[in-house]
Design a protein around this ligand. Structure first.
Ligand code: ADP
Length: 158
């Protein structure tokens, strides 16, 4: 049986931090489902469709071939349950990430009790999507923080 894992996030935008976690996970699992979650409470800066294309290009640029990128509007745990994906991948930058994830994990476990969380230690501990957006607001160069395909996508978005 193919070992599948889920890596959900807003990815608004997708950063080198996310790519780092995917590289680690893609070496362990047969198939990684990267899910761009649409959250009605959070207005996106970059469209989910354009970010999906950019993530696919970024993975191809790195030769990562065992990932499927999709957009999902709804509960991530329900997506995992419906698609029988037991393993949930998360990246941890610090204890705040850990506390946040543990709270969500409790809720997700109620929806899908079979779910297992796998935490990967981040290499880019100070990097976040919000930081990239803030730098862009001030016209700063963010090429060190995002893959080239994402840079192209975000510099085309007004
Ligand atoms: P959300 O906005 O829904 O929290 P994100 O797209 O910011 O989603 O993050 C998705 C996942 O990626 C989370 O597990 C988060 O901790 C992780 N992550 C975010 N930035 C980094 C980073 N720089 N290094 C490693 N993991 C990260």
């Amino acid at each position: 049986m193919r070992k599948k894992a889920l890596y959900p996030g807003s990815f608004d935008p997708f950063t080198n931090g996310h790519l780092d976690i995917i590289k680690k996970a893609a070496a362990l699992f047969d198939e990684i489902h990267i899910v761009i979650g649409i959250n009605s409470a959070k207005r996106r800066r970059f469209s989910a469709e354009s970010m999906k294309d950019a993530i696919e290009k970024a993975l191809a640029e790195r030769g990562i071939t065992n990932c499927i990128v999709s957009i999902h509007d709804g509960l991530v745990a329900a997506f995992a349950k419906d698609n029988r994906i037991r393993y949930m991948i998360r990246g941890l930058r610090n204890n705040m990430d850990y506390n946040y994830e543990e709270n969500i994990a409790e809720i997700n476990k109620l929806i899908y009790p079979g779910m297992e969380y796998i935490y990967f230690r981040a290499e880019h501990v100070a990097l976040s999507s919000s930081m990239v957006k803030e730098l862009l607001n001030y016209g700063q160069d963010v090429s060190k923080y995002v893959p080239p395909a994402v840079l192209e996508c975000i510099t085309q978005t007004p």
